[in-house]
Design a protein around this ligand. Structure first.
Ligand SMILES: Cc1cc2nc3c(=O)[nH]c(=O)nc-3n(C[C@H](O)[C@H](O)[C@H](O)COP(=O)(O)OP(=O)(O)OC[C@H]3O[C@@H](n4cnc5c(N)ncnc54)[C@H](O)[C@@H]3O)c2cc1C
Length: 560
């Protein structure tokens, strides 16, 4: 394939890249080459939803990055798993489907991402969706390529979690992707017929049948080739060149898209010079604005065998579940363990939920076996709106070297407070009548950890991130922005970015669905399609920008 030429070259076949290549392939007279550093997504752990922890721990499917030691996390380096396989992080992730809070996108628009308010992006979410549980509406799609559903037959502990929150007067949320995602309820996942639903499986594979999308796996890209201010193709690690007649689109993710740009001479000039890299363009914003969600769990153990888990007591049930899955692709093995959740304000004076309470009807993993041994349950509160912003920098000009990831986790004053409040709420849930029958014992933080200072210390010593890094190639309209609102790299023609790195700020939820939405929009920009009409949001939507100005003023003019 040396000096092969395509209309479009997409770098990175992850959540965004696989979706983008599939959409570009819909234009029959254009060719697309998708280059993925990892291998094919054939490993069985990827596809059985309940094997999610096993997929993450399969070494060759994961880049296994880590942050530099984090002072805000008691000096520890924190793992940063990223998918290294077709489907990317979407092939090893938790399969949770949640788009975030509507005002997150209104914030993007306010920050200069014109055209990305919630009403404007919602039609791109629903275009990809095939929702098994909710009827077609402004909030949900039917017939799209991505199957979304509730986990069937949730474990009974989920109802105790929800009852516990109800007893504390928190509201129920009937649809987290509906008008107001606040409260507790059942959560939706990316699954179909007991199998993981990734953009590789449900978008790319069908697109390959058309013959104009070419996928190269085990094809790590070394750098983008820029000639006379225009991206003309890429060079692979093995020296092969792939040329792009129209555009190169980077979809290597929040960690590797900025790394690739810097290795191509596009980034903060002094940093590039320190590493002896010729500066193609001084772009100080590249690698800035790294941020992620921090979580800290409350773990309970019990002799009661209601939870998922391997034990002598539960053996007959576990064997039955295995056969149920093998014969019907149903039952607990067909689910991702994350069956209910709550998005709550830990301080009533806030304008939107600040913490996601992830409920897990299973004991924490205590051995190298990626399945719970014994029984228990947990709530992992996730802080949704980190204040600190960090950086991604090169450790070396060697493209095979991992970059330096410094998210500055919990570095800002008061950032830990919402997690302290959330651990107290979690304790109140487990102390409620709804959990009395399980006789659970708190294992972590442990009954002796009571004061706010001790809880904060526990969070810093044991917290982790939930693998939603964003922002290192921020989209915006200002001069520091790396890409403009049509995802074009400022200063280099023929080069776009379409992945989690363009998010101006993290959404208050899980980042996979937004990455698909970004790819959907990128495909339309690249193919020159007009924007989909903004969604006509009902009054009960908590989005700030509800009106469709153009349509409404046209209607007003007509009426006059
Ligand atoms: C363990 C884990 C659990 C998660 N759980 C959830 C969840 O339950 N729900 C949710 O919504 N989100 C979840 N996320 C986050 C979500 O999966 C990511 O935000 C999303 O997949 C990011 O998509 P992306 O396209 O930006 O990057 P990725 O999907 O990571 O894709 C980047 C791709 O680029 C490839 N690549 C990198 N460098 C090069 C190169 N030089 N040349 C060629 N290819 C390259 C990589 O191998 C990878 O395939 C989770 C993530 C992880 C890792």
């Amino acid at each position: 394939m040396s000096a092969a030429e395509f209309d479009y070259v997409v770098v990175g076949g992850g959540t965004s890249g696989a979706a983008l290549a599939a959409r570009l392939g819909e234009k029959a007279d254009r060719t697309t080459c998708l280059l993925e550093a990892g291998g094919r997504d054939s490993h069985p752990f990827i596809h059985v939803p309940s094997f999610v922890a096993a997929a993450i721990h399969t070494k060759h499917l994961n880049w296994n990055f880590a942050t530099v030691p984090q002072p805000g996390m008691a000096g520890r380096p924190i793992p940063v798993p990223r998918g290294k396989v077709l489907g990317g992080s979407g092939s090893i992730n938790g399969m949770v489907y949640f788009r975030g809070h509507p005002t997150d996108y209104d914030d993007w628009s306010d920050a200069g991402a014109k055209g990305w308010s919630y009403a404007e992006v919602l039609p791109y979410f629903t275009r990809t969706e095939n929702n098994e549980n909710y009827p077609e509406s402004v909030f949900h799609g039917k017939g799209g390529p991505i199957n979304v559903k509730h986990v069937e037959g949730p474990n009974a502990l989920n109802y105790s979690f929800m009852d516990g929150l109800a007893s504390l007067q928190f509201p129920h949320c009937p649809d987290f992707n509906g008008p107001d995602p606040e409260g507790y309820g059942r959560r939706q996942g990316l699954m179909r017929d007991g199998r993981r639903e990734s953009t590789s499986v449900n978008m790319l594979r069908p697109a390959l049948k058309r013959g104009n999308v070419h996928v190269q796996t085990d094809a790590p890209v070394r750098r983008v080739l820029v000639e006379n201010g225009r991206a003309t193709g890429v060079e692979l690690l093995d020296g092969r060149i792939v040329r792009a007649r129209h555009e190169v689109i980077l979809c290597a993710g929040t960690v590797q898209t900025p790394q690739l740009l810097m290795l191509s001479g596009i980034g903060p000039a002094t940093h590039l010079q320190e590493h002896g890299i010729d500066v193609v363009m001084d772009a100080p914003g590249v690698g800035e604005n790294y941020h992620d969600h921090v979580a800290s769990p409350l773990h309970m153990e019990t002799n009661n065998s209601t939870s998922y888990g391997l034990s002598l007591k539960a053996l007959p049930r576990d064997i039955a579940h295995l056969f149920q899955y093998l014969l019907t692709r149903k039952g607990p093995l067909a689910g991702n363990v994350f069956e209910s959740v709550a998005f709550l304000r830990t301080d009533p004076s806030l304008s939107r939920p600040d913490v996601q309470f992830v409920f897990q009807p299973a004991r924490r993993l205590t051995t190298k076996i990626p399945f719970p041994i014994g029984h228990g349950y947990a709530i992992s509160p996730v802080s949704l709106y980190p204040k600190a912003r960090g950086t991604l920098r090169l450790a070396s000009p060697d493209p095979a070297a991992a970059p330096l990831i410094d998210p500055r986790l919990l570095a800002e004053e008061g950032e830990v407070d919402c997690l302290v409040r959330a651990l107290k709420i979690s304790r109140a849930v487990f102390a409620s009548e709804a959990f009395a029958k399980y006789g659970g014992i708190e294992i972590a933080p442990g009954p002796d950890v009571r004061s706010d200072a001790d809880l904060a210390d526990y969070i810093r010593r044991t917290g982790y991130t939930v693998h939603h890094p964003v922002g290192t190639c921020r989209m915006g309209s200002d001069r520091q922005a790396v890409v403009d609102p049509e995802l074009r790299l400022n200063g280099v023609a023929g080069l776009r970015i379409a992945d989690a790195s363009v998010m101006p700020s993290i959404i208050g939820g899980n980042t996979n669905a937004p990455c698909v939405m970004i790819a959907e929009r990128a495909a339309d920009f690249i193919l020159g399609k007009p924007a989909l009409p903004a969604a006509d949001l009902p009054p009960e939507s908590v989005a700030r920008y509800k009106s469709k100005p153009a349509a409404k003023s046209r209607a007003r003019k007509k009426a006059a």
